[in-house]
Design a protein around this ligand. Sequence first.
Ligand code: MN
Length: 192
Amino acid sequence: MKHKMPPLKYQEDALSPKMSAETLQFHHGKHEQTYFNTMNTLIEGTEYENMSLEDIVKKSDGKLFNNAAQSWNHVFFFDQFSANPQPRPSGNIAGAIEDQFGSFEGFKKKFTEAGTTLFGSGWVWLYRDNQGNLKISQESNAGNPLKQGYQPIMTCDVWEHAYYIDYRNKLPDYLEAFWNILDWAVIESRYL
Ligand code: MN
């Protein structure tokens, strides 16, 4: 079974200039596509061949884990943006963020700091642990909370390929723009 990379839910220029069409052409169209292609090649004729993408992430390691998790992470990442973003959380997740981090601003600051201080390539995650608490984590390379048995809620890709076309070396500028294209309606739908 081949896993097909889902198309973006918006036009390539819909997030411009915060995330340009060129970035989406490369990041979604080339980087993410390559992770899918490599994963599909690696699972051929193996015990992973008929597993869901999520199960491959949970059960694999090494090169297959890297490519499967990068595939899964990118789908999750691009899904949370919108041309008509809802920039602030509402409903249950807004309350949970306030309980855990004091305020939305406090959460934003902590999550952004996790992005600027992550050394090397990786991802920043908001996830729910097994006690139901919201937590922020930094993961290197393809790492994600799913692998650890937690529920991913939101993520930021801080690999250089995510921002170098639009922001060059200015990671903080990318992180600032990130908050302005998020659709909290999507993120809230993951927090059930
Ligand atoms: Mn990426």
